[in-house]
Design a protein around this ligand. Sequence first.
Ligand code: NAP
Length: 270
Amino acid sequence: MCCQRLARRGGTRLNAGMTSSHSSTSPRIAVVTGANKGIGFHVARKLGARGVHVLVGSRDSGRGETAVAMLRRDGVTADVLVLDVTAPDSIADAVASVKSKHGRLDVLVNNAGIISGNAAPTALALDDLRKVYETNVFGVVAATNAFLPLLRLSDAPRIVNVSSGLGSIATMTDPSSAYYGLTAAAYQTSKTALDAFTVMYAKELRDTPFKVNAICPGFRATDLAGPGVNASHGATDPAEGADIVVRMALLGADGPTGAFFDSSGTLRPW
Ligand code: NAP
């Protein structure tokens, strides 16, 4: 079954009335990688507002503690989860911690991501390519596979991969796209690879309760977007970019899998 047919199960636009996966009395447990700032922080806050117990992934414990203190002040149930997605020991420790404290995982948001310049393929330094892929691709696969046994213990496991429209081959090959001329080869192709993994995980897990989807949060004013990048450049509030992540994290059993949605909830081509 191809990804388009998987996606079509949910239609071309997310149904606002689509059921949420909340079914049991105990709070759902979510891990959000790279949640100490940017879009991930807002995902943590908004999941928490929906009653989810959020484990705030942060590769630096101090930055994670600061974020958790802010979330708790907002009434969110949150704990730090020290997690560097490029470090196997860190991933193993994080999985062991979630297992011993919670015994299962309901939601994994693969949000941590980096960018490294705008070099076109012909000018690309392989070290930059490797660095970006370590976090944006290998880190996602490593974290996903490590958390999979705990996700399998959930009645409604959800994996949300925070991708980017910049990785869409449909966009890269569309001369009418505003991003047609963009040449951030390492970052863009890392998200293309992430999209392909999203499809492949969804296909492999299609006869299970899992939902595996990718989203683009839109162009948001964060450190990744660049210093001083703001609304005047078209980069808007990262909190708004978190909404689609939360919707995909709490999808009901009737929701799509193997699909790619933009921040408005519209199904996008890969
Ligand atoms: P951001 O503010 O720079 O946040 C990135 C987060 O990832 C930070 O918490 C960072 O931690 C963490 N991180 C980086 N490397 C990590 C690693 N090895 N292990 C664990 N965490 C790591 O960027 P953002 O804009 O919120 O980006 C979040 C996601 O959205 C990324 O996947 C990005 O590609 C995607 N996205 C962003 C935009 C946009 O316009 N902002 C558009 C499309 C997609 P530190 O604080 O320790 O560095």
